[in-house]
Write a protein that binds this ligand. Structure first.
Ligand code: 3H9
Length: 653
């Protein structure tokens, strides 16, 4: 049953019942289309209430249909049919009305909502624009300024705001259908309002539109959909509703078939699948109440902040009072920064800081359900921590390491109950970055693994399971990416050309700019350590720079020069001189060729990672890159890009 019909007191109640999110798939549209005709003809029906079954109204068009041609009836036609119905339709909304879900309510004569209702047009996050009248009806209902935010900037309106803007006619309590019935009976006593499509729209201030356009372009960072959503809205204002609808539809259909939209849809489903891995079904995670964090450096503080943002009480442990005070101050600064940005109230910032207990020594961790170690990246230091944790923590507590390189099996060696040990690799800043690499050892118990996934869900992170190898999934691909960039550099392509090509592709920074920001010395020290163990590690261009004291921005120069207090990379004659012995004569390579080389290297490493069973599926690799390493979301990830390139080659043959 996709749509249910109930008649009460001359009112038809039409309920979309299409779990999980009442998406407006073909079967729903067909049924609604048929009902619109049937109810128009039914003399016993005076009005129609349109609502959703369960805790939400409608999550939008059915995204799974977007890889196929449009199947009639189309949503724009259906909404026009509802708007033109002989009886008034009332949208009765609880929970979310998103995308097509909001658009269908705009074809209704009235909208009522419960206090938990939320309205948004998230189409641009899927690489498309609203395609069923959202860019045309919304400005006619709530005004251009607010409509721009919703249509092109993914602004969500809560119920109170929606009432204020005139999107919702009345805020009601549950039971929703009873409230809708009462509302309709009252509304039928008065003349009906003009359909939204026929309402006038206020004149546009060109300066404000221009301002919005610049803002939207900046935020889109090369993504096509947001500026096109604004352009579609603007087109309708200038050419009228009918032309506006035709234009909106054409742009929607073109974008729906674009590689960018395909990439964003791919990630949409990959992210949801990552939260619920098939082999974790039926395994009950441990309950996590209090969490301990060992180490008050950048990582430990970020992890503690992420835990507090998810409302988990935290014990932060440091080795001495001075380090603890520094860690606690850094943690307080994270919440104060969020407050200053407007994300938190003063009281909420205080509450988050207040639920962190700082402690010197491990005794305070005795009652924690989970302890995450985030100390210096050194095997003997970490083993010493776990020796203490093994002694002090409850036998059923989960013990996790945040190592990014060290084999977790070595860290766990000697731990009583190794089954409760796991790697949880957060990314810096941990309160911001969405990726959580989960690294079980062969001894890790399934419940502990399930607990890690559950924690990721609570922290609103994207969890990806990684097998054990040097650098796990993400750092291993990063190393290959950097190595390939250095190969190009040795071949005579300039660092500036390589960086510009990768920025053009959508990365915020190129590989050399990124190294300058993070510092070249850490990977240098790793290579030096390997050399001192007798391993053969050839000298790299980066080694030459570090040996000359050029460790990146922090030393005023690395691959580039930096003026004091300025992070803008400037070409460096000194770096060129240092690197010259390792570089072929200068050569120019097209940006596309540079991008192709670097992406191919990442995908090749990804293939090796899959072949070794370090990652289970290609989407896991793409999620790691997008959520942990700044791979442009609109490009899907290196494996997605490689599969598209392979398809293109096949098509070409
Ligand atoms: C649109 O409307 C275009 C129109 O303008 C024009 C058309 C002509 N379709 O997120 P969850 C699945 S574009 C198909 O975990 P939550 C999802 O994959 C659309 N499937 O739940 C998952 O499946 P599984 C604009 C969908 O409670 C399951 O539902 N709308 C859709 O945390 C549960 O999802 C959007 O962009 C869909 N539209 O959150 C909204 N949505 O169980 C997209 C979800 O197999 N959706 N699924 O893994 C959301 O934001 C959230 O799903 C929502 C529920 C807030 C609704």
């Amino acid at each position: 049953m996709t749509v249910k019909l109930e008649r009460r007191n001359g009112i038809a109640v039409v309920t979309i019942d299409n779990p999980p999110v009442n998406a407006l798939g073909r079967a729903v549209r067909e049924k609604l289309w048929a009902l619109a005709g049937e109810l128009d003809e039914d003399p016993s029906v005076r009005a129609v209430v349109l609502t959703g079954a369960g805790k939400l109204f409608v999550g939008g068009a059915d995204i799974t249909e977007f890889d196929r041609p449009v199947e009639p009836p189309g949503l724009p036609e259906l909404i026009a049919r509802i708007e033109a119905a002989a009886k008034p339709w009332v949208g009765a909304i609880r929970g979310v009305a998103l995308g097509g879900g909001l658009e269908i309510t705009l074809g209704c004569c009235f909208r009522i909502a419960t206090a938990d209702a939320r309205f948004a047009l998230p189409e641009t996050t899927l690489g498309i624009i609203p395609g069923a009248g959202g860019t045309q009806r919304l400005p006619r209902l709530i005004g251009i300024d607010h409509a721009i935010g919703v249509v092109a900037e993914n602004l969500t309106l809560d119920a109170a705001h929606a009432v204020e803007l005139g999107l919702v006619d009345r805020l009601v309590d549950e039971p929703l259908v009873d409230a809708a019935e009462a509302f309709v009976l009252e509304a039928l006593e008065r003349p009906l309002p003009e359909p939204v499509s026929r309402r006038p729209v206020a004149a546009v201030d060109p300066a404000r539109l221009q301002e919005a356009e610049a803002r939207i372009r900046r935020a889109a960072r090369g993504a096509a959909a947001p500026p096109l959503a604004l352009a579609a809205l603007r087109f309708g204002l200038e050419h009228g509703f009918a032309s506006g609808m035709a234009n909106e539809r054409a742009v929607f259909l073109k974008l729906r078939a674009s590689p960018e939209a395909a990439a964003l849809r791919y990630l949409f489903f990959a992210e949801r699948a990552a939260l619920r891995p098939a082999d974790m079904r039926g395994i009950t995670p441990f309950a996590i109440g209090r969490v301990g964090v060992v180490g008050g450096g950048t990582m430990g503080v970020g992890i503690a902040a992420a835990l507090r943002n998810a409302n988990l009480p935290v014990v932060l442990v440091e080795r001495d009072e001075t380090s603890l005070a520094r860690g606690m101050a850094a943690l307080a600064a994270v919440f104060q920064a969020a407050r200053k940005k407007g994300g938190l109230s003063e009281a909420e910032a205080e509450r988050r800081i207040g639920a962190v207990t700082g402690a010197v020594g491990y005794a305070a961790l005795a009652e924690c359900d989970l302890v995450i170690e985030a100390v210096f990246e050194d095997l003997s230091v970490k083993r010493a921590v776990f020796a203490e944790l093994g002694r002090i923590c409850r036998r059923d507590a989960v013990l996790a390491t945040n190592t990014s390189y060290i084999d977790p099996r070595l860290i766990a060696a000697g731990l009583p109950e190794p089954g409760r040990f796991i790697g949880l690799h957060f990314f810096s800043p941990a309160q911001v970055m969405k990726l959580l690499e989960i690294v079980p050892t062969p001894a890790t118990r399934p419940e502990v693994l399930a607990t890690a996934f559950d924690l990721a869900r609570r922290l609103a992170k994207i969890p990806v399971r990684s097998g054990i190898c040097d650098g796990f999934i993400g750092n291993r691909i990063l190393r290959r990416y950097r190595t390939e960039a250095e190969v190009l550099l040795r071949d005579g392509v300039s660092a500036a050309a390589i960086d510009a090509a990768m920025r053009g592709f959508g990365f915020a920074m190129g590989p050399f700019e990124m190294q300058d920001m993070a510092g070249l010395d850490i990977s240098f020290l790793y290579r030096e350590a390997a050399r001192s163990r007798g391993e053969t590690v050839p000298e790299t261009p980066g080694d030459l720079l570090v040996r000359a004291g050029r460790k990146g921005q922090k030393t005023g120069g690395g691959w580039y020069d930096y003026a004091p207090g300025d992070r803008t990379p400037q070409p460096s004659a000194e770096a060129a001189r240092i690197l010259a012995p390792m570089q072929a004569p200068p050569q120019t390579l097209a940006p596309e060729a540079i991008v192709e080389r670097l992406l191919a290297a990442m995908a090749a490493e990804g293939q090796a990672i899959l072949a070794e069973g370090i990652a289970a599926i290609p989407t896991d690799i793409d999620l790691v890159e997008v959520h942990g390493y700044g791979f442009p979301r609109r490009r899907g990830g290196p494996m997605f890009q490689a599969s598209r390139a392979a398809n293109r080659t096949q098509d070409g043959n």
